[in-house]
Design a binder for this molecule. Structure first.
Ligand code: HEC
Length: 227
């Protein structure tokens, strides 16, 4: 559904998921809110608590945007497969949204020194740290190994369709079924049959998604992958 969106980004030279670029916004804002909230307690200044709450409102807005981008990326790069870090991230992100809403509500009602309010700020902080950790797990799992220029067309097809589940030619779902060294690469015909109707949970790639010509480029790229 969002394929044309990612193709447009690729045309601009942007081949990465969108979520990591947006996610620094809520993370930075949650950290800022915590610093202001703690400063309000330490310096006994209620204006700082008001600022903390306002920052929390902005964090809430950006948390929604980043979460939505995360879902779209996940559908595109991971075909909506429930990898372990994805499950953790969805859980933590939901928890964060609840915390932020509570923070905004309580922040308008209780004293800045309220232990409940301070705990909400602190918990939000640790939740974004956890989200960052599992996000890095996904991203730094790596994507495509570099190869000479002649394989660029194939690399693009690989990035757009395969690298989510097969970063660096591996396999994040079934580690023993890596692309690297697979006998499905022995002949183009075997390879083509496989991507057209693979064994689930691998996604199938009909002609409309990867044409036979693109599959040929992809095959050359995949065949020449090495550690
Ligand atoms: C949604 C995740 C996902 C995507 C996307 C995906 N794969 Fe797979 N792939 C898998 C899984 C899971 C297996 C193992 C299937 C099985 O049980 O045999 C696999 C297996 C393979 C194998 C066979 C490994 C072996 O020898 O058994 C090859 C080759 C392969 N994929 C290539 C590709 C290519 C090329 C693309 C992109 C066009 C792609 N895959 C996209 C998940 C994925």
């Amino acid at each position: 559904m969002f394929d044309s969106f990612y193709r447009a980004l690729y045309a601009l030279g942007y081949t990465h998921p969108v979520h990591p670029a947006l996610v620094s916004m809520p993370i930075g804002l949650v950290v800022g809110a915590l610093v202001l909230a703690l400063a309000a307690v330490v310096f006994k200044k209620s204006e700082l608590a008001v600022s903390a709450r306002h920052v929390m409102v902005v964090a809430l807005v950006f948390a929604f945007i980043a979460a939505a981008a995360g879902v779209v990326d996940w559908m595109h790069f991971f075909h909506g497969v429930w990898l372990f870090p994805i499950k953790v991230k969805v859980g933590l992100a939901s928890f964060l949204l609840v915390l932020l809403v509570l923070g905004v509500i309580f922040g308008g009602k209780v004293e800045p020194t309220s232990p409940v309010l301070v705990s909400i700020y602190v918990l939000s902080f640790f939740t974004v740290v956890g989200l960052g950790f599992f996000g890095a797990n996904l991203v730094f799992g790596g994507r495509t190994p570099p190869l000479p220029k002649q394989y660029q067309a194939g690399e693009m097809v690989y990035r757009m369709n395969c690298s989510g589940c097969h970063p660096y030619g591996g396999n994040v779902i079934a580690p023993r079924k890596a692309v690297l060294g697979s006998d499905k690469l022995d002949h183009f015909k075997t390879f083509l049959d496989w991507i057209r109707s693979p064994r689930p949970p691998m996604a199938a790639f009909p002609k409309a998604v990867i044409s036979d010509a693109d599959a040929q480029e992809l095959y050359q790229y995949a065949k020449n992958l090495h550690d």
